[in-house]
Design a protein around this ligand. Structure first.
Ligand SMILES: Cc1cc2nc3c(=O)[nH]c(=O)nc-3n(C[C@H](O)[C@H](O)[C@H](O)COP(=O)(O)OP(=O)(O)OC[C@H]3O[C@@H](n4cnc5c(N)ncnc54)[C@H](O)[C@@H]3O)c2cc1C
Length: 383
């Protein structure tokens, strides 16, 4: 990887720490996590113990306030080793952002220190069975009755929803008002009338549980509301704008892993009495992978740096980072399978896992079509 001259000493230290943990402690378990679907408890505990879960959390609440770029550097390293662990690591961030943006002092004190230490994990629940890209079409409803909200309906695709100690759930308090009727609530496990569905059986990121949430006359105290009634959609969109570069970083990690595996294999594998790396057809594929992964990394870092500098309205850069990096990861992983030939198609080598894992980065936190919609709205002034 070329030198990233612009990183501060703190950012370099975060990257180096994450790299050491990822390569020595997380990567050796990645194939097992993929094969069994086991939740990566120990890997996440380690990330928490080493202070990497609190990179985005203010110091007053137990974090290090290291910023978005530092978090992206760590996310890339974790994803290089294991995309499942990286997904949960990213969702810790995604679930924590709404509390940082919109939480009351009491809510911040209750949750953020535990999220920073990794003692508690978080989840973020916007999507529903019938409302994904069009999230404002949600129907999961909360009706206020005195000092409680009564929830009915279902949410879907909640990463870590089965393991989280706190879930930011977006519901409608005024059906028909779409985005303006959305309210955010903090839900803890164990509430009467709240159940978690079975984990989805997925193409990739097998160690990262994805579940539905069901609410049947579930009573939630009004003090669990995050921000004002009807302000939930703004909180969700602000969160996603901050979070999308981190998905880009996950994709860069997968793309880099695919490139590294391809280079190593091309030097070893022989055909026609020479290493396949001697063939220009292979060299050009490697070069194209390197160009695209490098460019994606820079675009991700740029979007993260805008966030760190408090430059608002970076929706275009944030979506572009997620979109470019995830398309790159998908292509790099597919090309890696090609470079490894028949072996690439087997579970003997990790590249087929990279290909399955890369696919999700083009889908979650808004599909890449939706990222293009966001970018076009910014270009055309229609946001
Ligand atoms: C493994 C996994 C984990 C996830 N984790 C979470 C999570 O933690 N929290 C959460 O809230 N959600 C989560 N999601 C949900 C995810 O964000 C949605 O799946 C995604 O936003 C797409 O919604 P959908 O699946 O309903 O697809 P749909 O919205 O039904 O889209 C179907 C297709 O239509 C396209 N499309 C839709 N609208 C347009 C348009 N205007 N222009 C062009 N094309 C369009 C889409 O790009 C897609 O190709 C997760 C999903 C998965 C698979």
């Amino acid at each position: 990887m070329s030198q990233l001259y612009y990183l501060t000493d703190e950012q370099r230290a975060v990257r180096d720490l994450a790299r050491e943990i990822a390569r020595e402690r997380i990567a050796p378990l990645a194939a097992h996590v993929d094969e069994t679907g086991e939740y990566p408890h120990e890997q996440l505990k380690l990330l928490g113990q080493q202070g990497l879960m609190g990179l985005h959390i203010p110091e007053a609440y137990g974090g290090t306030a290291s910023g978005s770029l530092a978090f992206c550097l760590a996310a890339e390293e974790v994803a290089w080793a294991c995309a499942s662990t990286a997904t949960i690591f990213l969702v810790q961030n995604l679930g924590g952002y709404p509390i940082i943006f919109a939480g009351s002092e009491e809510q911040k004190r209750r949750y953020l220190p535990k999220l920073a230490s990794g003692e508690m994990t978080a989840a973020f629940s916007l999507s529903e069975p019938g409302a994904g890209s069009d999230a404002a079409a949600m129907t999961c409803r909360a009706v206020r009755k005195g000092d409680r909200y009564v929830l009915n309906g279902a949410k879907m695709w909640v990463t870590n929803g089965s393991h989280a100690g706190v879930i930011t759930v977006f519901v409608t308090t005024e059906p028909g008002k779409r985005a303006k009727g959305v309210t955010a609530l903090l839900i803890e496990p164990g509430l009467k009338g709240f159940t978690v569905g079975k984990p989805e059986r997925k193409l990739g990121i097998h160690g990262s549980p994805t579940v539905a949430l069901h609410f049947a006359d579930c009573e939630v105290p009004v003090e669990n509301r995050l921000g004002a009634e009807g302000e939930g959609f703004k909180v969700a969109m602000k969160t996603l704008e901050q979070s999308r570069p981190t998905i880009g970083a996950q994709a860069v990690g997968i793309g880099q892993a695919a490139l590294d595996a391809s280079v190593a294999y091309a030097k070893e594998r022989r055909a026609f009495d020479q290493p396949i790396a001697a063939f220009q057809g292979i060299q050009f594929m490697l070069a194209d992978m390197a160009i695209a992964v490098h460019a994606s990394r820079l675009v991700v870092h740029h979007a993260a740096a805008l966030i760190d500098h408090g430059i608002t309205g970076a929706a275009l850069e944030s979506s572009a980072a997620k979109c470019l990096a995830s398309d790159t990861a998908m292509k790099a992983a597919t090309d890696a399978v090609q470079i490894l030939g028949g072996y690439g198609y087997t579970r003997e080598f990790p590249v087929e896992r990279f290909m399955r894992d890369a696919k999700i980065t083009q889908i979650y936190e808004g599909t890449n079509q939706i990222q293009r919609v966001v970018i076009a709205q910014q270009l055309l002034g229609k946001s």
